[in-house]
Design a protein around this ligand. Structure first.
Ligand SMILES: Cc1cc2nc3c(=O)[nH]c(=O)nc-3n(C[C@H](O)[C@H](O)[C@H](O)COP(=O)(O)O)c2cc1C
Length: 353
């Protein structure tokens, strides 16, 4: 059984943090399919948390059924990161995770994201300050390094452990690579062999069998799955079945369609139907809602969310490009539902898996 601090992760498969994608609605649906031991929020600005900005609180929103839940924060200022960690703890999160992997210049230029990997002393100061400030485990998500000349994940992981981190996750690409090339699982295995704390590996698991192979093939304690879960939210359930010696359940076309319809329902329930009842979260209270976006933007927001998910989801299905084009032309929520129902439920388009 994998543990982070006192938290059991069963099974040791986790939904990777993905900005714009792993919102509370998506995370809930993934959890309901089973096999996912941990979910992580989208990255949340430490600055925004400390200043109490509405949009930032939205990103940190979660529900009880997602537990155990890790809230990922980004920033490079140790004092603000410690204060943000306390806010995260006050919100009732199980784990606070530090983003040291984001390669986007807007984030990286403020000593945050992957640029923290270039300043190991600062990175250690940030994690030490956070670990002193909170009782929940502090974890770190990093890349292999900044670029091919600065691959320092093994050294940095040790420093993070010394600074009080309870676990690290490694995406085995450099910031310079962004998403090109492949995640270096040999490097990830080296990190896992060189620290006592649990190490999660991340990168390029698209099939459930790859998750099981990665878990068995190295000293990693767990596997994070990002894009593979956007294509196939059942990947955790399927991997858990494989790991237990069983056969992954085949999915029906209707189920694939129903996932999208359920996602729309959750988004609509939160941001359209109940928008007026939304409240801000006082520290110490579990979150079950967040600030509502402006009224006229709500339907558009749901449509944009569906478009974003579909750019990945449709890669996992036959004729996915047709669905992608159709969804991108939808102008209302009823139209979205009709398009999805017609594609999956009525035509019964055959699937790859
Ligand atoms: C759309 C997208 C958004 C991402 N956002 C974040 C993020 O907010 N924080 C983070 O640590 N990693 C982020 N990542 C990186 C993933 O967590 C993961 O490490 C990476 O995609 C490699 O794993 P995969 O091949 O399973 O997707 C993001 C990746 C994608 C594709």
């Amino acid at each position: 059984m994998m543990k982070i601090g006192k938290i059991d992760l069963a099974p040791p498969f986790a939904l990777a943090p993905m900005a714009g994608m792993t919102d509370t609605a998506f995370r809930r649906l993934v959890k309901r399919k089973g096999g996912c031991g941990l979910v992580v929020t989208e990255m949340v600005s430490s600055e925004g948390l400390v200043r109490g900005i509405d949009r930032t609180l939205e990103y940190a929103e979660y529900t009880e059924e997602e537990r155990p839940i890790s809230i990922q924060i980004f920033g490079g200022d140790p004092v603000k990161m410690a204060a943000a960690a306390q806010i995260v703890e006050g919100m009732g999160a199980d784990i606070v995770d530090v983003n040291m992997g984001c390669p986007v210049p807007k984030i990286a230029k403020h000593n945050a994201g992957c640029s923290l990997m270039r300043e190991p002393e600062r990175a250690a100061t940030v994690v030490r300050a956070m670990a002193r400030a909170v009782g929940i485990p502090v974890t770190v998500k990093m890349r292999a390094g900044w670029d091919a000349d600065e691959i320092n994940a093994p050294d940095l992981a040790r420093r993070m452990e010394d600074a009080g981190a309870s676990a690290v996750a490694i995406h085995g690409r450099t910031a310079a690579q962004s998403y090109s090339g492949f995640s270096d699982w040999d490097l990830i295995a080296r990190v896992a062999a060189s620290v006592r704390m649990p190490v999660f590996g991340s990168g390029d698991c698209i099939e459930p069998s790859q998750m099981v192979d990665r878990l068995r093939g190295s000293d990693v304690a767990g596997v994070l799955v990002g894009r593979g879960a956007l294509r196939n939210p059942w990947i955790f359930e399927q991997a858990a079945a494989l790991a237990a010696g069983g056969t992954p359940r085949a999915l029906s076309t209707a189920e694939r369609g129903q996932f999208l319809l359920d996602y729309i329902d959750l988004l609509v329930k939160e941001r359209v139907d109940e928008a007026d009842g939304f409240r801000h979260i006082a520290p110490g209270q579990p979150l079950d809602g967040a600030a509502a976006p402006p009224a006229r933007g709500r339907e558009r927001w749901v449509i944009n969310k569906l478009r974003a998910l579909n750019s990945w989801y449709t890669k996992g299905i036959d004729n996915g490009s047709h669905l992608r084009v159709a969804i991108n032309s939808a102008e209302s929520i009823p139209q979205l539902r009709d398009i999805i129902t017609a594609f999956f439920v009525e035509t019964g388009v055959p699937l790859h898996s």
